[in-house]
Design a protein around this ligand. Structure first.
Ligand code: ZN
Ligand code: ZN
Ligand code: FE
Length: 758
C-alpha cells in the first residue's frame, strides 16, 4: 500500500551529513519526496510502499551519521502527493531557529585513511575534512552554519571540491569546511620573528626541529599549542622555564594506544574515551617505570594523555614520535593565542619556531580534560569537541545567562530544556581573559539565538563576572551563593528537583555571611538552601597569600588547636617557621587584620599537607592537596582519626582539634605520610557519614549530591560515594559538567531560572 509521511526531526541534524544520509536511504527504499533544513532541524516527506517506509524509518533510528544527535522526531500521515523523485531542497530561512550547532570534531576514519593514502588527492593535506569531521564551533561566526558564516569563507572551492560539495552522494556534500591543496588553507613554518623557514615541506622540517629538542608553537583547532619532545628532559625543562610553569603537569600527545600503554594504565572505559571522536585529554595512572621525562608531571600520579585529533597532529606525530608535550599556547594564566600575529608576539619568548596557517580561528577552545570515575566520564575541563552540545534539563526554562565564577570560568545559557555551557574560559583575573569572556558570551548568544531575560551571578562582589552581570541593564539579576550553585549544577545534570543533601567541598566560595565557605553541607533544592553543616571557621593569615602559601594555613590550624604551645611541638614544620614572621601572623589573626575566616576543606587539605611536610608553597592551584592525595598508602588500612562535631544554632560545626592532634601524634611516632594521609581522608569520610546519618534521621532526605573542586580527589569521591551507598543513601555526582567551578554557571542559571516559576 502506498503511503505519504511528513517527518520532522530536531536536535543536532544540520551540518553533519544528515540530508545526504536521508537521500541515500530514501533511494535505497525506493521512496520519493524531499528533505530540507528548516528552522526546527530537518524536514522530510517520503512517499512509497508502507514496508519500504518502515524500513526507511528504522534506518533513521539505527544508521544516522556519526555526528547527528536526534532529540525528537515527529511523524504525521498525509494524503498522497505522487512525488516523481527524491530531492534535497533548499534550506528554509526564518527568524528563529531551534537547530543545534555541532562541536568541533576530530578527524574521521575515512579522512584519516585518505590522509595517508599516496594515491589520494589530499594525501598529507593538513586540512582534510568531510561532513563527518573537522572544525565547527571554533570557525563559525554566525548562523546558519554555511561556509559564508565561517572563517572558511575566504577560500573559494576549486572545481573538484565544488563537485564533491554539490554531489548528494559524496561524503563531502555540503561540507562547509571542504578544501584541498589547490583551493584551501595551507601551513608554513616560521622562526620566532615570523620569517618563513620552510614553505615546501614545513611539517617535515618541523619534525626535524622537534627531534633536535626545539619548542614549536602550532596553530591547532581551537588555538595555539606548544609542542616539544616528551622524552627529552632538556626540552621539557626548557619549556617549563620559558613558560614560567614550574611544576604543573603538561599533557602528552601520543601516537596510539599501544604507545600510551607503555607508560600509563588504560582501562576499557578510558580506552573508549581516548578513541572517541571527542578526543579529550584523559588522565591516566602512570606506570612506574617509563620513558617520559620525569619533569612532565612531577609528584603526580597521572599523565594527561590525548590522541591526535586533527590531520595536522597526525602528520607531525605519526611514525615520528611516541609522545610529544602538548600544552596550551599561552603565558601563565592568559588565554591561548588564536591569531598568527598575536601568537608571534606573545609566544616568541617560549617557542623557537611556529607552524602557522591561514584558516582563522573565530573563537578559542582549549582541549577538554576528562577522567573516568566508576566507569563513567568525569569532566575536569569541558571545551573543544563538547561545546556547544547542550546539557538536557528535565523541564523548560525561560532564557537565562549564568555568568559563572572567577576561576575556571564558564558561562551557561539556558534556552527551553537545553543548557548550553560555554567552553572553558579560564581564570578571570586579567584583561585578556575578561575580553575572551565577553566574546564567548556574545558568540554563544548568537549561535544559540537567545537573549537572556534573567542574569545569574556569584555573590562575590569583586569577581569580574559579578561586575559584568551587575552592569547589564534592564534585566532581572539574581545573585546565587557559590555552593548552592555547585549543588544545583549536580542536581540539574542528574535531573533532580526535589530536596537533596548537598555536600559542596572546594577551596573558595563567598558565603551569605561574608566569610569564605568551602566545606559545606546544604539541604537544597533548585530554589533555596539551608546551610546545615560546615567546617569550623578559621582565619587565613594574609588572605589570598594563605592560598599560595599553605604553610600559613598550617600555622593557623596549629595555633587554633594548641595556642602558643604550638611552638613547643617537636615537628620539622614548626621548627622551619621563621618565628618572627609566625608571631606576626598570629598577631594579625588575633587582631583580625587581613585574616578572612574560612570553612574551606581545600584550605584544610593545604594546612595538613604543610604540617606533615609535603608542601609549604604551591606553584599551581590545588597542588598541596593533590600531593597529599598522591602520597596515600591505600594498603595502610588503619583507623581514622577521632573527630568532634559541635552543634551550634541548629548547625553542625566540624572541629579540627582531635584530627590535628592525631596527626601530630602520628608524626611524633614517625608514622609515614602515606598512612597519615590515608587516615586523614578516611576521617573526612567518617565525618560526613555521621553528619548525613543525622540529617537523614532529622529530615528524612536520602538523596545526596556531591559537588565542588575537592571531589577531583578520587580517593575522597570514591570512598565517600561507596560508604554512603553502603548505608542506603542515593548518591549523585557529576558526569557531564566539571565538579569544579567550571560547572557552577549551570547551577546559577538553573536556580535563577526557577525564580520565573515562583
Ligand atoms: Zn572526515
Ligand atoms: Zn579544492
Ligand atoms: Fe567552587
Amino acid at each position: 500500500m502506498q503511503k505519504r509521511l511528513k517527518i520532522d526531526i530536531n536536535g543536532l541534524v544540520q551540518g553533519v551529513g544528515f540530508r545526504p544520509f536521508i537521500y541515500k536511504i530514501a533511494a535505497k527504499n525506493r521512496l520519493n519526496g524531499y528533505v530540507l533544513n528548516n528552522t526546527e532541524g530537518v524536514g522530510i516527506e517520503v512517499e512509497g510502499e508502507e514496508k519500504d517506509i518502515n524500513s526507511f524509518l528504522k534506518s533513521i533510528e539505527k544508521e544516522s551519521p556519526p555526528l547527528a544527535n536526534i532529540s525528537d522526531i515527529k511523524i504525521s500521515e498525509k494524503s498522497l502527493n505522487l512525488y516523481k523523485n527524491f530531492k534535497i531542497k533548499k534550506s528554509l530561512k526564518a527568524a528563529s531557529r531551534k537547530t543545534l550547532i555541532s562541536p568541533d570534531v576530530s578527524i574521521c576514519d575515512d579522512c584519516l585513511k585518505e590522509l595517508f593514502d599516496p594515491s589520494n588527492r589530499r594525501y598529507k593535506y593538513p586540512f582534510i575534512t568531510c561532513t563527518n569531521c573537522g572544525p565547527r564551533f571554533t570557525i563559525i561566526s554566525d548562523i546558519p552554519y554555511d561556509r559564508i558564516n565561517t572563517t572558511m569563507q575566504v577560500f573559494k572551492m576549486c572545481s573538484e571540491c565544488r563537485g564533491e560539495y554539490e554531489n548528494p552522494l559524496d561524503r563531502r556534500f555540503h561540507a562547509q569546511t571542504n578544501a584541498c591543496f589547490k583551493c584551501g588553507p595551507d601551513v608554513l613554518l616560521t622562526d620566532l620573528y615570523g620569517n618563513v623557514v620552510e614553505k615546501e615541506e614545513p611539517i617535515k622540517k618541523a619534525v626535524e626541529l622537534l627531534k633536535m629538542g626545539k619548542i614549536i608553537a602550532v596553530k591547532g583547532l581551537g588555538g595555539f599549542h606548544l609542542l616539544c619532545d616528551a622524552q627529552t628532559d632538556e626540552a621539557v625543562l626548557n619549556l617549563r622555564k620559558r613558560k614560567f610553569r614550574e611544576e604543573k603537569p603538561f599533557a602528552l600527545l601520543a601516537d596510539d594506544l599501544d604507545i600510551i600503554s607503555e607508560f600509563a594504565y588504560i582501562s576499557e572505559e578510558e580506552k573508549q574515551m581516548l578513541l572517541s571522536r571527542r578526543k579529550p585529554i584523559v588522565l591516566l595512572r602512570k606506570k612506574g617505570r617509563n620513558y617520559i621525562s620525569e619533569y612532565l608531571a612531577p609528584n603526580n600520579k597521572y599523565f594527561g594523555v590525548l590522541l591526535p585529533y586533527t590531520p595536522l597532529h597526525y602528520l607531525i606525530i605519526r611514525d615520528n614520535f611516541n609522545a610529544l608535550v602538548d600544552t596550551s599556547g599561552n603565558l601563565n594564566d592568559e588565554p591561548i593565542s588564536i591569531d598568527n600575529n598575536d601568537a608571534l608576539k606573545r609566544l616568541s619568548g617560549i617557542a623557537d619556531y611556529f607552524i602557522l596557517h591561514n584558516r582563522d580561528i573565530f573563537i578559542r577552545s582549549d582541549d577538554s580534560v576528562y577522567m573516568i570515575f566508576d566507569k563513567r566520564p568525569f569532566p575536569i575541563r569541558r571545551a573543544r569537541d563538547y561545546v556547544p552540545f547542550p546539557i538536557r534539563l528535565n523541564k523548560s526554562f525561560p532564557n537565562v545567562l549564568g555568568c559563572g565564577g572567577e576561576l575556571k570560568n564558564t558561562v551557561c545559557l539556558i534556552k527551553g530544556e537545553n543548557a548550553f555551557l560555554s567552553q572553558h574560559i579560564g581564570d578571570l583575573e586579567n584583561l585578556q581573559t575578561f575580553e575572551f569572556y565577553q566574546k564567548s558570551i556574545a558568540h554563544l548568544k548568537k549561535i544559540i539565538e537567545i537573549e537572556p531575560e534573567i542574569i545569574a551571578y556569584d555573590l562575590h562582589p569583586s569577581y569580574l563576572s559579578t561586575k559584568y552581570a551587575l552592569e547589564i541593564e534592564n534585566k532581572k539579576k539574581i545573585g546565587i551563593q557559590h555552593h548552592h550553585a555547585h549543588v544545583a549544577s549536580c542536581m540539574a545534570e542528574n535531573c533532580l528537583s526535589e530536596k537533596v543533601i548537598g555536600i559542596a567541598l572546594d577551596g573558595t566560595g563567598y558565603g551569605t555571611d561574608g566569610n569564605i565557605w568551602g566545606g559545606e553541607v546544604l539541604i537544597a533544592d533548585l530554589v533555596e538552601f539551608e546551610r546545615i553543616a560546615q567546617f569550623d571557621y578559621i582565619p587565613m593569615p594574609g588572605g589570598e597569600k594563605a592560598i599560595k602559601q599553605p604553610w600559613r594555613m598550617g600555622l593557623s590550624y596549629l595555633y587554633k588547636v594548641f595556642g602558643n604551645e604550638m611552638w613547643d611541638i617537636s615537628l620539622r614544620f614548626v621548627k622551619n617557621i621563621d618565628k618572627n614572621i609566625g608571631k606576626l601572623l598570629i598577631k594579625m589573626m588575633s587582631e583580625k587584620i587581613n585574616s578572612p575566616l574560612t570553612s574551606s576543606l581545600g584550605r584544610f587539605f593545604d594546612g595538613v599537607s604543610a604540617i606533615i611536610g609535603i608542601r609549604n608553597v604551591v606553584n599551581y592551584e590545588g597542588q598541596a592537596a593533590i600531593e597529599l592525595e598522591n602520597v596515600i598508602n591505600e594498603d595502610a588500612n588503619r583507623d581514622a582519626y577521632p573527630f568532634k562535631i559541635n552543634s551550634e544554632n541548629e548547625r553542625y560545626v566540624i572541629l579540627y582539634d582531635e584530627i590535628i592532634k592525631g596527626i601530630i601524634e602520628d608524626k611524633s611516632k614517625n608514622v609515614g605520610n602515606g598512612t597519615i594521609s590515608y587516615k586523614f581522608h578516611k576521617t573526612l569520610v567518617n565525618i560526613f557519614l555521621e553528619i548525613l546519618e543525622n540529617i537523614r534521621r532529622e529530615r528524612n532526605i536520602n538523596k545526596v549530591a556531591l559537588s565542588g573542586g575537592c571531589f577531583q580527589n578520587m580517593f575522597l569521591l570514591k570512598n565517600l560515594k561507596y560508604s554512603l551507598i553502603k548505608r542506603g543513601f542515593e548518591v549523585f555526582h557529576h558526569t557531564k559538567v566539571p565538579t569544579n567551578d567550571g560547572g557552577i554557571s549551570l547551577g546559577q542559571a538553573v536556580i535563577a531560572g526557577m525564580s520565573y516559576f515562583l
